[in-house]
Design a protein around this ligand. Structure first.
Ligand SMILES: O=C(O)CCC(=O)C(=O)O
Ligand SMILES: [Fe+2]
Length: 395
């Protein structure tokens, strides 16, 4: 019997697609698993758990992978797979059944996995019928794996999301994410350390990457300043980002004077479709606009006039569909539809008027007709910038 601990070369099929999963998988003695995609045109990684009971092995993996050259938005959630087999034999290719676990649905058998301990050779495919595994033992192992995967602290958001009434999915607003003291402390650090790029519409600075990789298709990863890492770690452990994508690797600071704002835009498929925005300083009204057409393939270039990622112009006079008052110390998380299809922006005004569209005004104790003067506002936009080639360690 071969020991499972260590690195394996894994290939697994999904229906007719022979090498849908192809890469290195590391079985750690802690019972954890790490997977790295090595298929030429795919990028991605996975994390999971494995268990061995008697002669039976089961492992579960959450895999996030995408085509390096794709200009479309990537999947919004990783896919979960499960492998089952007898313990591998020394020196032989290890073969087992491969299941896909759709969210809240029963597992589906989609193919086989093959693994070998040699990193030099892709495991050869076997067409021998798989030996039937004892049903009860398999069910037992599956139950245990399910329990283990629920213990990832970041899978269960421990804050209560403020799911807003309105037609836009996937917008969460969290009041008092930071305490006033923390807001002040972060503002002090920013004033002391930031090296702003001055724009017409705002000042800005990007953290987390620097320079381009040898092939020029991705950015190289740079360490975040410690105060930002702490915030990114906190967001990770609260469940704002999936553990497969932990830690988020990009932080953009924007500073707005009263009268400045940001033109309605989509952040684009260069990122995993999720952004966490932490506000410091002034309040502001943040607007989401109605969904318009397909956003695919936009957002890879910069609109120099508007100072936002490029996307087709909205018809003049388009009104916001949902507005929120962002308070200092608050956290806004936009993902899925809100990230992919609904432009967001902040009007360039000195004073914000509370209208019926400001959906959280009442929770904050404000009424329609109230107006609030802005002061300087600084925001942190935290996202996961996706590498577009295999030579960049930006992940
Ligand atoms: O300042 C904000 O709250 C929004 C910033 C933003 O949309 C961005 O950086 O893409
Ligand atoms: Fe944005």
């Amino acid at each position: 019997m071969a020991s499972l601990e260590g690195e394996w070369f894994l290939r697994a099929s999904i229906m007719q697609c022979e090498d849908a999963i192809l890469g290195r998988i590391h079985f750690m003695d802690s019972g954890e698993l790490v997977y790295l995609t090595t298929a030429g045109d795919l990028l991605g990684r996975g994390i999971g758990r494995w268990l061995q009971e008697g002669r039976l092995v089961g492992f579960e993996l959450d895999i996030f992978q995408y085509e390096a050259t794709s200009k479309k938005h990537v999947q919004a959630e990783p896919h979960r797979f499960r492998g089952f087999s007898k313990c591998p034999e020394n020196g032989k290719v290890w073969v087992g059944e491969w299941q896909y676990l759709p969210f809240q649905q029963p597992p589906r058998l989609v193919g086989r996995f093959h693994a070998s301990q040699s990193m030099l050779k892709v495991p050869s495919l076997s067409s021998k019928p798989l030996e039937d595994l004892p049903k009860k033992l398999k069910e037992n192992l599956a139950m245990k794996l399910e329990k283990l995967s629920q213990t990832f602290p970041m899978m269960e958001p421990s804050w209560v999301p403020h799911h807003l009434a309105g037609k836009i999915q996937d917008v969460h607003y969290v009041r008092n994410f930071l305490e006033p003291k923390q807001v002040e402390e972060f503002e002090r650090i920013i004033d002391r350390t930031c090296d702003w790029e001055k724009m017409q519409t705002r000042d800005t600075q990007e953290f987390g990457s620097s320079g381009t990789c040898p092939c020029g298709r991705s950015l190289l990863r740079a360490a975040l300043p410690p105060w930002q890492s702490t915030m990114v770690d906190a967001l990770g452990s609260l469940g704002a980002f999936h553990p497969v994508l932990f830690p988020a690797n990009s932080v953009r600071l924007n500073a707005y004077k009263p009268g400045q704002g940001i033109h309605p835009h989509l952040d684009g498929p260069v990122y995993f479709p999720r952004a966490a925005i932490v506000s410091l300083g002034s309040h502001c009204i943040f607007d989401f606009y109605p969904r318009m057409g397909e956003p695919e393939e936009h957002g890879f270039s910069w609109d120099r006039d508007k100072e936002v990622p490029s996307s087709p112009q909205m018809p003049p006079g388009t009104k916001p569909q949902l507005s929120l008052l962002l308070e200092p110390g608050s956290l806004l998380v936009l993902s899925g539809d809100a990230f992919t299809y609904h432009r967001h922006g902040i009007k360039a005004v000195e004073e914000d008027e509370i209208t019926a569209e400001v959906k959280n005004a009442k929770d904050i104790g404000l009424s329609v007709g109230d107006s609030l003067r802005r002061t300087r506002r600084i925001s942190l936009t935290i996202r996961h910038l996706l590498p577009r080639c295999n030579c960049s360690p930006v992940f």
